[in-house]
Design a binder for this molecule. Structure first.
Ligand SMILES: CC(C)(COP(=O)(O)OP(=O)(O)OC[C@H]1O[C@@H](n2cnc3c(N)ncnc32)[C@H](O)[C@@H]1OP(=O)(O)O)[C@@H](O)C(=O)NCCC(=O)NCCS
Length: 290
């Protein structure tokens, strides 16, 4: 895919936008909605209707060269008509459209953005950080899932959470066997870290990660936790990158971590690999052995 740009909709785009919406309705959304609803929507999204809604909403298009390959619109605090040409699904066009309109909404003072999602797109919006608020059933349009997202930007700081904050994060992750230490001891544990990065949305702590290290040879990355409501938005990756950059800066040769089995692929993206079978990681279980 050559470079994709996002620009304001112009009335000359109405045929192309109508065509790509109609094609998605007929070939993609039709898997989740009854035929009469799809037909009603296909009739509705004529080029004339697109022109009408573009007059009352901020409508944008994604283009590759001259070709319109996606569209989305914003009306106050609500996103509508997010559609990507089927040939470009999964190529990041939807994400770019959403991010563009989120920034537009932020610039006009919107704090929480909503979207009435199709059944088809719920997982896509969840990936973009939207959470299900309620479900609306109507005879005209079938099921709409109302989702919303807090638009505050994530900031990263070298902040050491308090013992209580650490406990809240651990509990949100459902980890066992740590909180029993109590908040004072856990705060001591955090203070003995070599490097900590915390993530905030506004003034709310939403995640952390830390490195325990001698600062020269060995480093262990641990306690990378993002609260469940904020997972899937790239915050874990943001924290991990900062931890790894610090290790790289100090040229630490041994940087290790323990991944849950289903998280191994996440860490592989950052250059980790499983330890060789000839040198497996081990942990101490039988403490009466000494
Ligand atoms: C939903 C839609 C707009 C997504 O656009 P897209 O360009 O295909 O999505 P992107 O490539 O930007 O995807 C961004 C991420 O969401 C994921 N994603 C996209 N569609 C998904 C789906 N249906 N289920 C689960 N994840 C999905 C992608 O895998 C990607 O994840 P990654 O960050 O791990 O790579 C597009 O598929 C579409 O037009 N669907 C039909 C029309 C529709 O239902 N529109 C919504 C009307 S409310």
């Amino acid at each position: 895919m050559s470079s994709v740009a996002i620009r304001d909709f112009g009335t000359h785009d109405s045929e192309a936008v109508s065509a790509l919406i109609r094609e998605n309705l007929l070939k993609v959304n039709s898997r989740d909605y009854p035929e009469q609803i799809i037909n009603r929507m296909v009739n509705l999204f004529s080029p004339e209707y697109i022109k009408l809604i573009s007059a009352v909403r901020k409508m944008v298009v994604a283009v590759e060269g001259e070709n319109v390959i996606g569209t989305a619109s914003l009306d106050g605090d609500t996103l509508y008509t997010v559609f990507v040409d089927m040939n470009y699904h999964g190529a990041g066009v939807g994400r770019s459209l959403i991010q563009y309109l989120e920034q537009t909404a932020r610039n006009s003072g919107v704090h929480v953005l909503q979207v009435p999602s199709s059944l088809t797109a719920e997982h896509f919006y969840a990936k973009m950080g939207y959470r299900r608020v309620r479900v609306i059933e109507s005879e005209e349009f079938g099921t709409d899932i109302i989702m919303s997202k807090d638009l505050k930007l994530v900031t990263y700081r070298e902040y050491t959470p308090t013992g209580e904050e650490f406990i809240r994060l651990i509990e949100s992750a459902g980890w066992q066997g740590i909180t029993e230490k109590g908040s004072r001891q856990l705060e001591t544990a955090l203070c003995n870290s070599w490097f900590i990065v915390s993530a905030f949305k506004g003034d709310q702590l939403v995640g952390m990660g830390r490195v325990i290290s001698d600062g020269v040879v060995q480093a262990l990355i641990c306690d990378l936790i993002i609260v469940p409501d904020e997972q899937g938005e790239g915050i874990g990756a943001g924290i991990l990158k900062k931890l790894l950059r610090k290790c790289k800066e100090r040229e630490i040769p041994m940087v290790q971590l323990f991944a849950a089995a289903h998280k191994a692929d996440f860490y592989k993206k950052f250059g980790f690999e499983e330890r060789p079978a000839a040198a497996p990681g081990m942990r101490w279980i039988s403490r009466d052995s000494v």
